[in-house]
Unconditional design. Sequence first.
Length: 321
Amino acid sequence: MRTETQIRSIQTFALQRLYHEMDEGDAELSEAERLHRFHSALARFNALRLAPGYIHRDWVHDIQVEAEMRAREGAFIELEREAVQEAAQQAPHEPKAFVHWFESLNSYGPGQGDPLFPWLAGEATLQQMRWFLSQEAAGEAGFDDLVAMTQVKLPIRAKLEMARNYWDEMGCGNERGMHGQLLAAVIDELKLAPVVEHTVWQSLALSNLMVGLAANRRYAYQAIGALGAIEMTAPSRVTHVNEGLKRLQVPVHARLYFQVHVTLDVRHSIKWNDEVLYSLVQANPRIARPIAEGALMRLAAGARCFQYYREHFGLGARVKH
């Protein structure tokens, strides 16, 4: 068992190292290298700050270093938020109209209908599919935890729907049905190694964005929009991935994660839009704008990943709507 001094040394050193990693040699790095260094450090910071820990004597110093990291996280999120302002301004404030606008993102939002996914379904090799899933798994922020963090102190109607969503994510109390366990089965069967060092910055940025929105209460409504966008847009993508894995003769138990989300997320999305989005905007129309920002930020971050993945596979430019 580690002593208090050892715990203090490990936690304090880790925080200090991550903070300095964001600056080292920036002038000599390309833009892609700089972004990978930044998001790698932020991803490790997120893993450290969300993990259960122990008290130690230098906790005040750790808070000071953490504040610097969170300030940099905030600057990243604000850049993402600024990029979607023009589109977010189009979102109406009347609840029914807002939900209709939100649902239109499933067809016309960033990254929707990307040709990457039909290609995965019909042409990708097993090696190519493994690379894709490694990137996706490394960028998985844990939907159950994101929902749990986001629902804190929300109004009852929205909170209850998010609780039902969380319970489904937890397999309704059955360990074998937990969505995280189902994803682990994919990783085990395909022998994936989703580690930060081998993950592209675009995928790390997506995960960092979701954690940043959920972990900071000033972005609570953006987190709601981002989570709702995931539920709404995932079914078409996971359908293609499941078809590709089936074509590649991946066993059923390793495809169950995708099969479950093909149908379950459709139901989740309908309920999320009706019980969470509608109720919140009805109670306070000002909430429509930050919810719209969150949805657009999440979709844009996903589209950025899809573009890189296509470039990696040599698939050419995105087909624009």
